[in-house]
Design a protein around this ligand. Structure first.
Ligand SMILES: C[S@@+](CC[C@H](N)C(=O)[O-])C[C@H]1O[C@@H](n2cnc3c(N)ncnc32)[C@H](O)[C@@H]1O
Length: 190
C-alpha cells in the first residue's frame, strides 16, 4: 500500500534516510559479495539504501516501489550507471526467477496486507545461493493477528517469518533483534 503524506513526512526525511542507508550498508557488510552481483531493493522508497549500496560497492542495484512519486524522488536524487529504479508491486515482481544475487527489503512488509505473497516473490527472484536481507517491525504471533484484523496491514510475526523461511529453504546467517524490529539475513539454499 502507498504511504500517506503524513507517513512520507517521517519516512522520507533526511535524518531517517541516512539511518536507512547506513543500516543497509552495515547489513551488506555481513555478505561476502562479488563484483557485479545484482542487488534488488524491494520497497526502496526514495532510494536512500539503493543509492548508498550502488555508491559503496560494485553491485548492480535496482530499486522498486509501488508508489510512482517515491520512484520519481529516487530517480531525482541519484544518477549512477549501476543504479536503476522501477515502479513495481512487491507482490508481483516483474523479473524472471533467480535474477538477483541479493534481495533486500526494509520496513516494507508491514505495509503489505499480503506480505507472504511479497516474500514469496522476493525468494522467487533470488537465485539459489543468494541472500535475502530483511528488516521490519515484528510482533508476537497473537499481536500480529490482532493488528492485521483492525489495520488491514501486513505485520509479520516472528513465528510466521520462521515458518516462511523454513518452507522456502532459507537458512539464517545473521540476525539482530531490537525492540519490535528485526534484521535478518537468510541464504537461499534450495
Ligand atoms: C516505510 S517505507 C520504507 C522505505 C525504505 N525501504 C526505507 O527503509 O526507508 C515503505 C515503502 O514501501 C513501499 N511499498 C508499500 N507497499 C508496497 C508494495 N506492495 N510493493 C512495493 N513497494 C511497496 C511504499 O511505497 C514505501 O515507499
Amino acid at each position: 500500500m502507498k504511504m500517506t503524506a503524513f507517513e512520507k513526512y517521517f519516512v522520507n526525511r533526511p535524518s531517517h534516510t541516512r539511518t536507512v542507508a547506513a543500516r543497509a550498508r552495515e547489513l551488506l557488510g555481513h555478505i561476502n559479495y562479488q563484483l557485479g552481483w545484482r542487488y534488488l531493493d524491494v520497497g526502496c522508497g526514495v532510494g536512500a539504501a539503493a543509492c548508498e549500496i550502488a555508491g559503496a560497492s560494485n553491485l548492480e542495484v535496482t530499486g522498486v516501489d509501488i508508489d510512482p512519486k517515491q520512484i520519481e524522488a529516487a530517480r531525482a536524487g541519484s544518477a549512477r550507471p549501476n543504479l536503476h529504479f522501477r515502479v513495481m508491486d512487491a507482490t508481483r515482481l516483474d523479473f524472471p526467477d533467480g535474477q538477483f544475487d541479493i534481495v533486500a527489503t526494509s520496513m516494507v512488509t508491514h505495509h503489505i496486507p499480503k506480505w507472504e505473497r511479497a516474500l514469496d516473490e522476493m525468494v522467487r527472484v533470488l537465485r539459489t545461493g543468494g541472500y535475502l536481507i530483511y528488516s521490519d517491525k515484528v510482533f508476537p504471533h497473537w499481536l500480529a493477528r490482532i493488528i492485521r484484523l483492525f489495520r488491514l496491514m501486513g505485520f509479520p510475526s516472528t513465528t510466521a517469518l520462521e515458518s516462511m523461511a523454513a518452507s522456502a529453504a532459507l537458512v539464517k546467517v545473521h540476525q539482530v533483534q531490537r525492540s519490535g524490529e528485526v534484521d535478518v539475513i537468510w541464504l537461499r539454499n534450495g
